[in-house]
Ligand binder design. Structure first.
Ligand code: UDP
Ligand code: MG
Length: 326
């Protein structure tokens, strides 16, 4: 029987933790009862350096609930890295892992469908939102704009899929070979290949607590996604530069003609204007190129993505290989 691990990154989620743990435990119990997953299946809550009581809630739940495991990161590393920490830890003790947000905006009832697809031989199963009715208008338009821009920029990603997905151990093994620090899992996972499928659900409202992704972070996330996966912006600058050169040649011809014909006007205005314009363009381009160099700078350092402070798992599961993690 296959062992399932559900990985849940948590950052300041004390308001939702209890309810999430309860609902997900019910799902696990139900699947075990139906004989679809192994008895040793588990929930792995990853505490991403929360400033509130999230970790003490996780450790308390760990004491009382045999299905709950906890991973405490030494500081806040962000959603993507926290997720990676959880997945890479869980892959050694599970045959398949599902990642889901702590706020349960993603419908837990499709976990069963995901597991079914896995049994049918899929290595990756994407959870795709069929409707976003409950998201605010603002969140919906910004999020959809995000997918469209990504597509335009040539980043392969699944439309309306966030980080709710199932991955088999072998897919996770493959994922662990992607060493980049600018993590954008939605862009990497489709690169892995293997047999994939989608399950559909309606996205719900956050039932408590507030979104940890305000607009500023969303824009940053989109920018990271584009600059980590696509060099199109650089091509665009190249084209723009070429265009500007052509224009200035035309302008040059015009200037020389005026000079020969003898209308030598002051020309101060046009000069100063083009000076500013071209100056701005160069600065803009430099800034953009700088973004890529910044990324290279981060990548070459090869810093660890996260630092694990503690890993709680139930004794009965510990075998030789896993003792080291503790
Ligand atoms: N999260 C995290 N680290 C962070 C920010 C968020 O682990 O620095 C987690 C958070 O606890 C939640 C998930 O990432 O489980 C998604 O965050 P949220 O629900 O706030 O995002 P939204 O659904 O609004 O896009
Ligand atoms: Mg959410």
């Amino acid at each position: 029987m296959s062992r399932l691990g559900i990985v849940i990154p948590c950052y300041n989620e004390e308001a939702v933790f209890q309810e999430s743990a309860k609902q997900l435990t019910d799902v696990i119990k139900d699947l075990i009862h139906k004989g679809k997953i192994d008895q040793n299946s588990f929930l792995l809550f990853v505490n991403d350096g929360s400033k509130d009581a999230t970790w003490s809630l996780i450790s308390r739940e760990f004491e009382q609930n045999e299905y709950v495991y906890g991973l405490n990161l030494a500081g806040n590393v962000g959603h993507q890295n926290a997720l990676m920490a959880g997945l890479l830890t869980a892959k050694d003790i599970a045959d398949m892992c599902i990642s889901i947000d702590a706020d349960l905006q993603d419908d837990v009832s499709v976990i069963e469908n995901m597991v079914d697809r896995f049994q049918e031989g899929c290595d990756i199963v994407y959870g795709v939102r069929s409707a976003r009715k409950t998201d605010t208008f603002f969140k919906r338009t910004t999020a959809q704009g995000f997918y469209k821009v990504m597509k335009m920029m040539g980043v392969k990603s699944i439309y309306n899929h966030a980080d709710y997905r199932l991955m088999s151990r072998r897919a996770l093994e493959q994922l662990s070979h992607y060493k980049e620090r600018n993590l954008f899992l939605r862009g990497i996972v489709p690169l892995i290949g293997y047999k994939t499928d989608c399950v559909y659900y309606e996205r719900k409202e956050r039932f408590a607590g507030e979104s940890k992704y305000p607009l500023k972070k969303m824009v940053g996330f989109a920018f990271d996604g584009i600059t980590s996966f696509s060099t199109k912006p650089m091509m665009m600058i190249l084209a723009m530069g070429l265009f500007m050169v052509l224009i200035s040649i035309l302008a040059g011809i015009y200037a020389i003609r005026s000079y020969i014909l003898g209308h030598v006007v002051g020309g101060w205005t046009s000069l100063i204007l083009s000076l500013w314009f071209i100056g701005g363009l160069i600065l803009f381009s430099l800034g953009l190129i700088g973004q890529y160099i910044g990324k290279i700078y981060i990548e070459v350092k090869e810093r660890p993505r996260y630092n694990i402070e503690a890993f709680l798992q139930h004794e009965k599961e510990i075998n030789e290989g896993e003792k080291e993690i503790r």
